[in-house]
Design a protein around this ligand. Structure first.
Ligand code: ZN
Length: 207
């Protein structure tokens, strides 16, 4: 059995709370009763603080970027619209539109969002990987700077993808694969897909 320690920093001497590994704002209301696990792990108060703003931004970017599925539409029509009406809603809209980059698609001007250039988005990806590493009894605690994360831009080598173990928590919202490597300084490699359309590649380094 695991000693009660903060999954993010390893502290044992402070008061521990439960933190969601996967931001719960990604789950629309219709998934509230879902049997699919919403994982929580122990976290000290210090590590537990300061995520919610970036998690809201993370959701907004992912909901905005790309084609939608049923769950995306539900989040947009309920929680997300409401959040823009809240006191700091205009700041959230601003945060989002600051991520829009003018570009040309088939000769036409369009605006695109690049989550890989948004460090607040990548920070949440790294946090999810740190939490999952703890949950799967891999290296833990994993510090923020031990994790590399980016939007998946390249094809993952088939030899790597073959050894990756597949997991999902409501595949229309979040699914992931990982492989334990324990070589060339890399503990584990991860592929995380949100809303069936946006995949991030991550790696945990052993120091
Ligand atoms: Zn902590």
């Amino acid at each position: 059995m695991k000693v009660k320690e903060c999954a993010y920093c390893g502290k044992t001497d402070s008061k521990l709370t439960r933190e969601h590994v996967i931001p719960k704002n990604l789950y629309p209301k219709s998934k509230a009763e879902s049997k699919v696990q919403r994982l929580t792990i122990p976290s000290c108060e210090e590590c537990n603080n300061g995520w919610s703003d970036d998690e809201a931004h993370f959701r907004n970017v992912l909901v905005f970027a790309g084609d939608s599925n049923e769950s995306v539409r539900e989040i947009w029509n309920s929680t997300m619209r409401r959040s823009f009406d809240e006191v700091d809603g205009s700041r959230r809209v601003n945060d989002l539109f600051h991520q829009l980059v003018p570009t040309k698609v088939d000769g036409k001007g369009r605006h695109m969002i690049y989550p890989g250039n948004d460090d607040r988005v990548l920070r949440i990806v790294r946090k999810i990987v740190r939490g999952l590493s703890y949950h799967h009894d891999l290296t833990s605690p994993v510090c923020e700077n031990q994790v590399f994360a980016d939007v998946q831009k390249y094809i993952v080598p088939p030899e790597l993808e073959e050894i990756m173990e597949y997991h999902h928590r409501d595949s229309d919202i979040f699914e992931y694969k990982f492989a334990v490597l324990n070589q060339v300084g890399i503990d584990s490699a991860w592929l995380l897909t949100f809303f069936q359309r946006r995949t991030f590649l991550a790696a945990v380094f052993n120091s």
